[in-house]
Design a binder for this molecule. Structure first.
Ligand SMILES: Cc1cc2nc3c(=O)[nH]c(=O)nc-3n(C[C@H](O)[C@H](O)[C@H](O)COP(=O)(O)OP(=O)(O)OC[C@H]3O[C@@H](n4cnc5c(N)ncnc54)[C@H](O)[C@@H]3O)c2cc1C
Length: 98
């Protein structure tokens, strides 16, 4: 679990949204096509810009967290989502381009 300071540190770097356990959007954000996959990331970064991907990767590296990448969430084995790591969610269209 990330503490409030860690979450705030990541959140302020993002153009998109950070969703973490306890947030109202958390269960919806971690749902993928295969609803039998029931994993709980420590952080879900819903990217709105390429810089969000960079920030998420750096954050995961600094905190020694696993990373998974959600493209559309259709991978049946659930590779888009990992337990206790950072899910980088690229399923939303970017709000701006680099
Ligand atoms: C019923 C069904 C029908 C389908 N039909 C088609 C079709 O007709 N045509 C088609 O093109 N596709 C189809 N697909 C989708 C296809 O099978 C793959 O699931 C899809 O291409 C995966 O892309 P995604 O963006 O959904 O990835 P996601 O499900 O979001 O998965 C994330 C991807 O990122 C990778 N990844 C995760 N973490 C990391 C990491 N740390 N480093 C590097 N890589 C990582 C995973 O291996 C995975 O490939 C279908 C899927 C289903 C379930």
């Amino acid at each position: 679990m990330l503490n409030d300071a860690e979450k705030e540190n990541l959140r302020k770097q993002l153009e998109g949204e950070l969703v973490t356990p306890g947030d109202a959007a958390y269960d919806e954000a971690r749902r993928i096509f295969n609803v039998m996959i029931d994993r709980h990331p420590a952080a879900i970064v819903r990217c709105a810009a390429a810089s969000d991907v960079v920030a998420a990767v750096q954050f995961a590296r600094e905190h020694d967290l696993r990373v998974s990448i959600k493209g559309a969430g259709h991978n049946v084995s659930g590779n888009a989502i990992c337990d206790n790591g950072v899910m980088i969610d690229n399923s939303r269209p970017p709000s701006k381009h680099p």
